[in-house]
Design a protein around this ligand. Structure first.
Ligand code: ADP
Ligand code: ADP
Ligand code: MG
Ligand code: MG
Length: 564
């Protein structure tokens, strides 16, 4: 039942969740008996960027495998004689896919794919040098430009297995951009990238179709602001993760994303989620930040605890290491502070400082107040745990497990019950992330430090996790939540105040004092040289096209981030 009576629902009647009716007939591919089933396919168009949006496990990568010719769709026929390409092309007779598949089969459409990083890319390219690999893919004489734009110059003599997540992502992207293909596919191209790099990559991908209107481009993306900026059209995938996925028809990018957030596809009269995802502005965002100093003695609530920290500096590594300067600031009880900055500006360093984890810690830390800290990354230590998820939860946060509200507000929405019997070592990236967030929230503490919680999560899980973190730490416990977040839509939904990082990444940077959302985002977006407005339907931030009327207007007013 539509609990929200959202605007997209037909009429004013509460509509009923309707299951797709074509699940027996319109099958595109089925992996095997009782295996995942895909219904429908995205339909790429030359000269346009097609964005795919959908939850993990609903078949986005399967779609790319089919459209790249790597996987021959069996049209649901898993018995003895699956169809050959000729009958598949006949099956799509009359649709744009007929011509597309003809091109793929007859080899006059060449395909270049940037796969998801989890798919063993490093293993395949192990021992090879970045420079040699990029040179081999420089089919359009553009690689020098891509190397520069994607900041790969200092990595050219490294081997692939030495690259960090973000470096590997940029390298893999350059490999594909350099190719002279007819079809380009990018599967989850922004994970591990900061917002500046995300905007850069989306610009380079858009340029592919601008420069050559006969090219096809398909992207799979969970960061809504980037998907929005990058695509012309969107097709959504919904369904039951691991069981089936349905591809919706093509919509203009704004409508497509809004339909996904609404959980309702008007063309099919199909409601696939019982609630709407929105990003309303808190009314406090609209108030100007109080003067520094005044804020500290603010009379808003005598119970509100405040932790002040002095200006401090810290240098990592030997001489010529990285130096972080931190402006004096204050953290309040019952607020969420988001740290925003490019990679290498010291966000993690700041968290380590506050957690008191640095060797030769000469700076103030919050450790004596009680800190629960979720690190960034892939959790190699957790992965070595021998046992299933339930055993790990019982070892680490047994007390929280018996708290009814913790089960209701954290365990349930993060779907821990669905993975509790799985061995920890076997979890996917997104499952591991949700487990790590759960472990962090389950510790009693005054400060919750959470570094990059949305890595590995799909769009819906991000919204979910954001709600869980804020509701538990800020609303329920009344404690302080510090968060590193690159997904701008999520950051703006979560933040009560923001710390902006400025300076020369990897060399010397400054963490500004926490300030109000409008002021901080303005400062940050000015550094990035981009303006954002909000969608009137669900209030999600949208990137303005550079040079558009709105963009010029906002720049002239100094409104890089327009709240309403
Ligand atoms: P997404 O990219 O949207 O996360 P995928 O297309 O990767 O989804 O996978 C959809 C579902 O298909 C998953 O549940 C996955 O387990 C299943 N699947 C993927 N590849 C295979 C395969 N080769 N054999 C059987 N099942 C598979
Ligand atoms: P962010 O989290 O903003 O990406 P980090 O705090 O992780 O940034 O890192 C900031 C800089 O400090 C980076 O250039 C990184 O290479 C450097 N750095 C991190 N850890 C160390 C270390 N142990 N020794 C020397 N340099 C380090
Ligand atoms: Mg995938
Ligand atoms: Mg970091």
């Amino acid at each position: 039942v539509c609990v929200n009576r959202c605007k997209q629902c037909p009429g004013d009647a509460v509509s009923v969740v309707k299951l797709p009716t074509n699940l027996t007939t319109n099958t595109t591919h089925r992996y095997g008996p009782n295996s995942f089933k895909l219904h429908g396919l995205p339909v790429p168009r030359p000269g346009h960027v097609l964005g795919l949006l959908g939850s993990n496990g609903t078949g986005k990568s399967t779609c790319l495998d089919i459209l790249s010719g790597k996987l021959k769709p069996n049209l649901g026929n898993i018995d003895d004689n699956p169809p050959d390409w000729a009958s598949i092309i006949t099956h799509y007779r009359g649709s744009d896919l007929q011509k597309y598949f003809q091109g793929i089969v007859q080899d006059n459409l060449t395909v270049a794919v940037k796969p998801q990083l989890e798919t063993g890319l490093v293993k395949r390219l192990q021992g090879k040098q970045v420079r040699a690999l990029l040179e081999a893919r420089d089919e359009r004489g553009r690689m020098d430009e891509y190397v520069k734009e994607l900041e790969l110059e200092h990595l050219m003599d490294r081997q692939v297995e030495e690259l960090s997540g973000g470096e590997l992502q940029r390298f893999a992207t350059a490999c594909v951009l350099g190719r002279d293909a007819s079809v380009y596919m990018f599967d989850e191209v922004t994970s591990f990238l900061d917002i500046k790099q995300r905007l850069k990559v989306s610009k380079l991908i858009r340029a592919l179709v601008h420069e050559s209107p006969e090219k096809y481009v398909i992207v799979v993306e969970h960061d809504l602001a980037i998907l929005d900026a990058m695509s012309d059209y969107v097709q959504c995938l919904y369904g039951s993760p691991g069981a089936y996925g349905v591809v919706t028809g093509r919509s203009r990018v704004r409508n497509g994303i809004n339909q996904f957030l609404a959980g309702y596809i008007p063309a099919d009269n199909m409601r696939f989620r019982d609630h709407e995802l929105t990003f309303k502005v808190a009314s406090s965002d609209l108030l100007p930040e109080r003067e520094e100093g005044v804020a500290l003695e603010a009379a808003d609530s005598p119970k509100t605890g405040i932790f002040e920290y002095p200006a401090m500096s810290y240098t990592r590594g030997e001489e010529a290491g990285f130096t972080l300067h931190v402006e004096a600031g204050a953290l309040r009880e019952g607020e969420c502070v988001v740290l925003m900055g490019e990679n290498g500006t010291g966000k993690t360093t700041f968290m380590e400082m506050l957690a008191g984890n640095l060797q030769d810690q000469s700076t103030d830390s919050l450790a004596s107040f009680g800190v629960s800290y979720k690190r960034q990354g892939l959790y190699p230590k957790l992965r070595r745990f021998q046992g299933n998820v339930r055993a790990l939860l019982e070892t680490k946060i047994n007390a929280a497990l018996s708290d009814r509200l913790f089960r209701l507000l954290v365990l349930k929405p993060l779907s821990m019950d669905r993975i509790q019997d799985l061995p920890v070592a076997s979890l996917s990236g997104g499952e591991m992330q949700r487990l790590a967030i759960t472990l962090c929230l389950g510790q009693p503490a005054q400060f919750y430090l959470i570094d990059e919680p949305s890595a590995g999560l799909d769009c819906e899980q991000r919204v979910n996790a954001a709600k869980v973190m804020k509701r538990w730490v800020v609303n329920h416990l009344g404690k302080t939540l510090l968060l590193v977040e690159h997904d701008f839509v999520m950051a703006s939904a979560m933040a009560d105040r923001v710390v902006v990082y400025e300076g020369n990444p990897g060399v010397e940077c400054t963490a500004r004092a926490p300030t109000g959302v409008a002021e901080s985002f303005n400062r940050f977006l000015k550094i990035l040289d981009v303006t954002f407005r909000r969608d009137p339907t669900n209030f999600r931030p949208r990137v303005n096209k550079k040079g558009s009327r709105i963009d010029k207007e906002q720049r002239a007013n100094g409104d890089y981030y327009k709240l309403v």
